[in-house]
Ligand binder design. Structure first.
Ligand code: NOJ
Length: 453
């Protein structure tokens, strides 16, 4: 496998999943504080109150990243650490935390890639309806302005929002994630429209207020349909399925990405979801389609599909693959072709370079008797997925970067601390970090510029 010289090798994490210090230095509560502190919502009632205590241990964590040799670190900002109420008074301590972290990353030669919003909406804004409230566009824009003015000379890579399908699908539609709502499809589509406009406003604001050059995107995700065979029919069926708008669900790549990049909601969705659509104006679409610079995509898994008698995709008998290799989360089927086809089809449809903003494997890793955290399955996973990325590049996809999820084990949302994704093992009792075997493997791979030995 081989990669371009200037390929961005990175690792990622998100504020609520690692920072802890949930109520220190004036931070306001977010929807995830409220949700995780409500008994019964998260596995064994775990919360992000302490998490990896990154708020206090960030120096050590940046050192670890330096040792890993990543060129870029994807972090998110806790909105309610900066604006405890979501709008209004700014907390200097919050901004200072990110100031120092970013300075120290830059000093270590690591580019900060900043996500403005990775699910931890200030609770005060949820109290006003969250994404159901059209004022969100201004709230998010104002927050983006505060951040851009302060960090915009040093941060050049941005993502506005992480994984809209999860924010609304899991948070507003099926209620499994914060804020735990079960809204009608009509309300979800309206919230989706407001979310897309909020993204557009943030793009405008970042361009207006950052003092350096900017590369801006939004991190999408979906589950890939993978062609069961190399036949042209199966490939065509899977590609068609990838961008279809059929089910009344928020997990739909084209519904999110087409408006942003192509300037229109997909025709098929407009037809199928007609009775539930919000009012959509030309001005809305102009805002939503503010140009972005690259596609950011979180890719984990997929399932095999084949062409049915009508040429349309159907789950292949292998489908999800009973007994297939997988991680400890039920949806994490090991399917490296998912990343190959995501790269091919997205760059082909949207004609922008793509960066994998997340890809990772979860397990029940622990520190072995020899004091080391052995994780051969993660190394195998990364080898398979990175080989697939390299193949996509050879086949013409403009893939510019890869961020392993995650730099450390952390709070895996409703799964709590049960599933470990990290390159660094975290002992949650002592907060000791132990680099796993995959950490050293990835370090060496980066050093060699991405070639396998
Ligand atoms: C998606 C999310 O962005 C991240 O927060 C999560 O931990 C990983 N994928 C793994 O589920």
């Amino acid at each position: 496998m081989s990669f371009p010289k200037d390929f961005t090798w990175g690792a990622a994490a998100a504020a609520y999943q690692i920072e802890g210090a949930w109520n220190l230095d004036g931070r306001g509560p977010s929807v995830w504080d409220v949700f995780s502190q409500t008994p019964g919502k998260v596995f064994e009632n775990h919360t992000g109150n302490v998490a990896c205590d990154h708020y206090h241990r960030w120096r050590e964590d940046v050192e670890l990243m330096g040792e890993l040799g990543i060129k870029a670190y994807r972090l998110s900002l806790s909105w309610s650490r900066i604006l405890p109420e979501g709008t209004g008074a700014v907390k200097e301590a919050g901004l200072k935390f990110y100031d120092d972290l970013i300075d120290s990353l830059l000093a270590a030669g690591i580019q900060p890639w900043v996500t403005l919003f990775h699910w931890d909406l200030p609770q005060a804004l949820q109290g006003k309806g969250g994404f159901m409230n059209p004022d969100m566009v201004d709230w998010f824009g104002n927050y983006a302005a505060v951040v851009a003015k302060r960090l915009g000379a040093r941060v050049n890579h941005w993502m506005t929002i992480n994984e809209p399908p999860v924010i609304l699908g899991s948070g507003y539609q099926d209620g499994m994630f914060a804020p735990g709502l079960k809204e009608s499809y009509e309300n979800c589509l309206s919230a989706a429209h407001i979310l897309l406009k909020s993204h557009g406003r943030a793009v405008q604001v970042l361009r207006a207020h950052c003092q350096g050059p900017q590369q801006i995107s939004i991190a999408h995700t979906s589950r890939e349909p993978i062609p069961a065979t190399d036949s042209a029919e199966d490939i065509e069926a899977a590609r068609g399925r990838y961008f279809r708008c059929v089910e009344e669900r928020m997990w739909n790549l084209a519904w999110w990405a087409d408006p942003i990049v192509l300037g229109n909601y997909p025709e098929e969705g407009l037809k199928n979801f007609e009775k539930d659509l919000p009012t959509i104006t030309d001005a809305d679409m102009a805002l939503i389609s503010e140009p972005i610079d690259y596609l950011a995509y979180n890719c984990y898994s997929g399932s095999k599909v084949q062409a049915g008698p009508d040429g349309k995709a159907e789950l292949s008998p292998e489908g999800w693959g009973i007994g297939n290799p997988r991680g400890t989360l039920p949806w994490l089927n090991i399917a490296p072709d998912a990343i190959y086809w995501a790269a091919r089809w997205q760059t082909e449809r949207y004609k922008l370079p793509i960066v994998f903003a997340e890809n990772g494997f979860c397990n029940t890793d622990f520190v072995h008797l020899d004091g080391k955290a052995h994780d051969p399955q993660r190394i195998d996973f990364m080898t398979r997925y990175l080989t697939a990325v390299s193949r996509a590049i050879t086949d013409g996809a403009d893939v510019q970067g890869y961020f392993y999820w995650s730099i450390l084990d952390n709070f895996e949302w409703a799964e709590g601390y049960k599933d470990r994704f990290g390159l660094g093992h975290v002992d949650y009792q002592t907060q000791v970090r132990t680099p796993k075997d995959s950490f050293y493997w990835y370090r060496d791979l980066i050093q060699r510029g991405g070639t396998l030995v």
